[in-house]
Design a protein around this ligand. Structure first.
Ligand SMILES: Nc1nc2c(c(=O)[nH]1)N=C([C@H](O)[C@@H](O)CO)CN2
Length: 118
């Protein structure tokens, strides 16, 4: 299956388990792999025949900005369900990173892979 990839998309969200994390939004990063049939757009050269990655990125930023989850897992699931609600794709893999949150690690992340209605 063909894929569209968005890497290093910076988003902001109120997220975290602890009180000190819930006073301001945190910068997070999203890597997305969307399984989509790209054949038609490759023939037509028309953005209407494909999944517009700019619109996906906009949606991801909007969902994150409005969310108040504690866990990365919950925000990742919410983003994926919004993507399936608005776009036609066969599978989404989402890596959600929270860099600099652990003193002895450069990054922590969850990676979630979902198909529609899974
Ligand atoms: N599996 C997870 N573990 C933890 C999370 C999380 O989102 N998923 N979050 C935290 C804290 O909010 C962390 O960012 C600061 O310690 C802890 N563990």
């Amino acid at each position: 299956m063909d894929k569209i990839v968005i890497e290093g998309l910076q988003i902001e969200s109120l997220i975290g388990v602890y009180d000190w994390e819930r006073t301001a939004k945190t910068a997070l990063f999203v890597d997305l792999t969307l399984e989509v049939d790209l054949y038609k757009a490759g023939q037509s050269d028309d953005v209407n025949d494909t999944l517009d990655y700019a619109k996906v990125a906009e949606l991801v930023c909007e969902v994150a900005a409005k969310s108040k989850f504690e866990l990365l897992e919950a925000l990742a699931e919410s983003i994926i369900s919004h993507i399936f609600a608005q776009f036609n794709c066969h599978q989404v893999e989402l890596k959600l990173s929270k860099p600099g949150i652990l003193p002895n690690a450069s990054n922590v992340a969850v990676i979630i892979v979902r198909k529609p209605q899974q």
